[in-house]
Design a protein around this ligand. Structure first.
Ligand code: A3P
Length: 873
């Protein structure tokens, strides 16, 4: 009995416990359900306020607004002043990347906590057209003196400010920025953003439908505006409002980018509540630059796109196009023409590979040729060989003729003027044989490459014109021969979509007025990723931008390119062996060793020929051979010889027997004062040492005059030296020309400064020409040390003073001497005192500058310069 009672009581207790547990869980669930509902409700309340579909219900009135007028931007240089956090800060680099891709000039400063500013004006001109702060707090918290200086500059020159705000602290926070009438909420996740269609900033950006979904990152800052001088540009919903303090009030408005119209203090500002990781922010950043710079820094809205399909018959079985693929290609071409005016695929062919696929693929080849007139065509090499492997132009010509015969047999047009070389071979670095053969067989006028000046970074790619062939830069679109299946896209298909939708490919088109893309046959068979990519790209561009897309035939495209970028016409040659990719397509028969290790740059009449003679006496120093035609200096870097290319230049030099110990050099005394030479030399031989000789510039001028007289220059014979140097602006042209050649090379400091822009000081040696004349052995010891050449050569024994010549000469066997010819070390009367006085005063400032420069370089002052400086005092 007692057992049954106990059982009964135990049962009762269990039931009560169970019931209690149920009640408690119901209460807890109800609580969470209710609070969850409430939270959802709060979220949707906030969300409903900022739904772009319903703009008129926003708490802030979005309407057309007038920003404060920007002043005439011609009062400033077109340079952007960028304050970065550090040299390596990632947002700073993103800002620079956009400026560089747009080819805008900029100046970087590291923003200090105090707010030190660089000089903002140069006489009456403003130095900067726009100011960008990577961290807007550096602007806001700068000391009041600097701030008022900067604000004054901005007001006076109508210069705007762009700034980025990102909260660092982990906790959510809300605060006001000093002196700004808006609140900031930091460290948020946001979603569903849209564009204020009335923002005056919008130019490239088209106000489009709501971009649904989360935006990248959880460190967003949003702005709550309560002043009419601010306009939101982009706004978004807050995803994580929990714990926000003070709580976000109903009716709050959240902008991720705001535009300060400048009504408040006359300065327009655009503030970003995050970095540039979100593509729409990047697009608005581009628009903000153009708007705030008063259109000075803006690209046109026209975008030219050319899509090449290379190797149209080259591809393994299973990767090629069949008939259906060709039909799809044609249909898509028509479809694309609705968004890209005149869109036409440009097909590259190597005839040898025609009909080398499966049966269906061979039918695809025929289907392509059946629609030959629907496309544009360009030749590749007949057998897809790399041109740099052909040393003889004639064998290249033979190959090209085979491909041309194929074209003619199949009705392929042969007059488009465009060609592409397999693997960029021969285009850059230039294989001159290719250029010649192209012109002979195909009358080629245009080609394209990714290799000039280098593949990476892509934004530095440029064009050039060589031998009348216009070389255009080519861009990458993320499709390669092996990208055949969507699912197998490297890194996953999402990567391709990301690139199209606001990623790399999208911004390639946004930032390049002209984009030539290379795709391959395999991108149009199977999953047809080529079609997928360009259709989606065109759609995305049309949805989000106001860009006008179109395609031009290659010849017109190339003319357009150099119309837009005329300064790119002249090439800048580099050493083909300095870049692995270039080395791989550089002919093995052309070494890179036939380039000088040092240059004697002049100026003329300072003793450069004597130095040349002394240098070649050294067993390890080898000069170029003289020009077979003129027997004169090579003069490659300063003149049009440069356009003959590096093969021409290298042919002047012997192949060194020992690359390490042999020193090739070249002397062209005109390099010294040439505008182009320093840049060109630094590009081709960046490690070369540079030797210059200076004598009193007055003596140099006089020596040049005497030199011209002995060459029977009519002006030099007709006019006295004084008349030449003192001729006024209205003097006859021949007199002014002679005057220039006498005087300009003597502006030593400014010429040396130009060389120092491109070469580090330790690569530059300045020789005292007076000392070279009187004590050459000592100078030659110095030169050997500077070059690091061995063995040490004893010039004291190898040189002797020739009293008959009146100069030092090479000592030969049996006491004979080898001196310079009669044109060096001439006999002529000394300079008259009036001319000396005139020149002394003419060169005064230049000489003062030179003394400062030599002091900075730690080089001793030559005696003539000391004497001239004493006259100044
Ligand atoms: P002058 O002929 O006016 O005296 P460059 O070779 O650069 O054109 O310079 C020519 C000048 O080199 C000559 O100018 C001469 O003064 C100077 N010079 C210096 N050392 C010399 C040397 N050992 N032999 C001949 N000329 C020398």
């Amino acid at each position: 009995m007692s057992f049954i009672m106990r059982l009964h009581r135990h049962f009762q207790r269990t039931v009560i416990l169970l019931a209690t547990f149920c009640v408690v869980s119901i209460i807890i669930s109800a609580y969470y359900l209710y609070s969850g509902y409430k939270q959802e409700n709060e979220l949707s309340e906030v969300a409903s306020e900022v739904d772009c579909g319903d703009l008129q219900h926003l708490p802030y009135r979005l309407m057309e607004v007038k920003a404060v007028k920007l002043f005439d931007a011609s009062r400033t240089d077109s340079i952007v002043l960028v304050f970065v956090e550090s040299q390596y800060s990632s947002l700073g680099q993103d800002i620079i990347m956009i400026l560089e891709s747009s080819r805008f000039q900029y100046h970087i400063e590291i923003a200090t906590g105090k707010g030190d500013l660089p000089a903002l004006t140069d006489k009456t001109k403003g130095k900067y057209v726009l100011i960008i702060y990577e961290n807007i707090l550096k602007y806001i918290n700068m000391d009041s003196w600097s701030r008022s200086l900067l604000d004054k500059y901005c007001v006076e020159y109508g210069v705007g400010v762009i700034g980025f705000h990102r909260t660092n602290e982990k906790s959510l926070q809300s605060f006001q920025l000093k002196g700004f009438p808006f609140s900031i909420y930091g460290n948020l996740a946001v979603k569903d953003c849209c564009i204020n269609p009335h923002s005056p900033l919008l130019r490239v950006t088209k106000s489009s439908k709501l971009e649904r979904g989360s935006l990248p990152g959880t460190d967003w800052t949003v702005f709550q505006i309560n002043h009419s001088t601010y306009q939101p540009v982009i706004f978004a919903k807050i995803k994580t409002p929990e714990n926000l303090s003070p709580p976000v009030s109903k009716g709050a408005f959240f902008a991720t980018i705001i535009h300060d119209l400048g009504v408040h203090d006359g300065i327009q500002r655009v503030l970003f509540g995050n970095n540039l990781n979100f593509w729409l922010h990047k697009l608005i950043f581009i628009d903000a630059i153009s708007f705030l710079s008063g259109k000075k820094l803006e690209l046109s809205l026209d975008r030219y796109i050319l899509v090449d399909i290379d190797d149209i018959f080259v591809g393994k079985e299973g990767t090629r196009m069949n008939t259906n693929d060709v039909k799809a290609l044609l249909e898509t071409q028509n479809l694309l023409r609705e968004q890209i005016r005149n869109f036409t695929f440009n097909l590259g062919f190597s005839g040898k590979f025609y009909h080398t696929g499966t049966e269906e693929e061979d039918e695809g080849d025929d289907c392509l040729l059946g629609s030959v007139d629907e496309f544009w065509w360009f030749p590749h090499m007949w057998s897809h060989m790399q041109p740099h492997l052909f040393h003889n132009e004639s064998s290249l010509v033979e190959q090209m003729i085979l491909n041309k015969k194929f074209a003619l047999e199949h009705g392929i047009p042969t007059d488009m003027g465009y060609a592409v070389a397999p693997h960029h071979s021969g285009v850059y670095p230039v294989h001159v044989q290719l250029y010649e053969a192209w012109k002979k067989v195909w009358n080629i006028k245009i080609t394209s490459t990714e290799e000039y000046p280098h593949l990476k970074p892509a934004r530095y790619r440029r064009g050039f014109i060589h031998k009348n062939i216009m070389v255009l830069p080519r861009q990458t679109c993320g499709l390669f021969t092996h990208t055949i299946f969507y699912k197998e896209y490297p890194g996953g298909p999402r990567e391709l979509d990301k690139s199209i939708q606001g990623g790399e490919l999208f911004f390639t088109v946004v930032l390049n007025p002209i984009s030539i893309f290379m795709t391959h046959l395999s991108n149009y068979g199977n999953d047809r990723l080529g079609l997928y990519t360009f259709v989606n790209l065109a759609n995305f561009m049309q949805t989000w931008t106001n860009l006008r897309l179109q395609t031009l035939p290659p010849v017109q495209l190339a003319h357009k390119y150099f119309e837009l970028f005329p300064d790119q016409k002249d090439p800048l040659w580099q050493n083909p062996c300095d870049d692995k990719r270039h080395r791989d397509i550089w002919s093995k028969e052309k070494t890179c060793d036939r380039l000088p290790k040092f240059l004697v740059i002049g100026p003329q009449k300072t003793g450069t020929t004597a130095l040349f003679l002394f240098l070649v006496m050294h067993p390890s120093i080898l000069s170029n051979s003289p020009s077979p035609k003129t027997f004169e200096e090579v003069q490659f870097f300063n003149r049009n010889n440069y356009h003959r290319g590096i093969d021409w230049y290298m042919d002047f030099f012997p192949i060194p027997s020992n690359v390490t110990t042999d020193f090739l050099f070249e002397k062209s005394a005109n390099y010294f004062h040439s505008e182009e030479a320093p840049k060109r030399a630094a590009s081709l031989v960046p490690k070369a040492k540079i030797i210059s000789i200076l004598i009193d510039p007055s003596d140099r001028a006089y020596s040049w005059y005497q030199h011209q007289r002995s060459h029977e220059d009519p002006a030099a014979l007709k006019f006295s030296f004084y008349e030449v140097i003192s001729a006024g602006p209205h003097a006859p042209t021949e007199l002014k020309t002679l005057q220039k050649r006498c005087l300009v090379p003597g502006w030593y400091a400014s010429h040396i400064e130009r060389w120092l822009v491109y070469f580090p000081p330790f690569q530059l040696l300045i020789i005292d020409g007076q000392q070279l004349r009187t004590d050459p052995a000592t100078v030659m010891d110095e030169v050997q040390k500077f070059l690091g050449v061995s063995p040490h050569y004893n010039y004291s024994e190898a040189l002797t003073f020739d009293s008959h010549k009146g100069f030092w000469c090479q000592l030969l066997e049996e006491g004979k001497t080898k001196c310079l010819g009669k044109s060096k070390g001439r006999k002529y009367p000394p300079m008259d005192s009036d001319s000396r006085a005139f020149l002394s005063s003419y060169y005064r400032d230049h000489n003062v500058e030179l003394s400062k420069l030599l002091h900075k370089l730690g080089q001793p002052l030559p005696s003539w310069l000391r004497q001239e400086l004493q006259k100044v005092r």
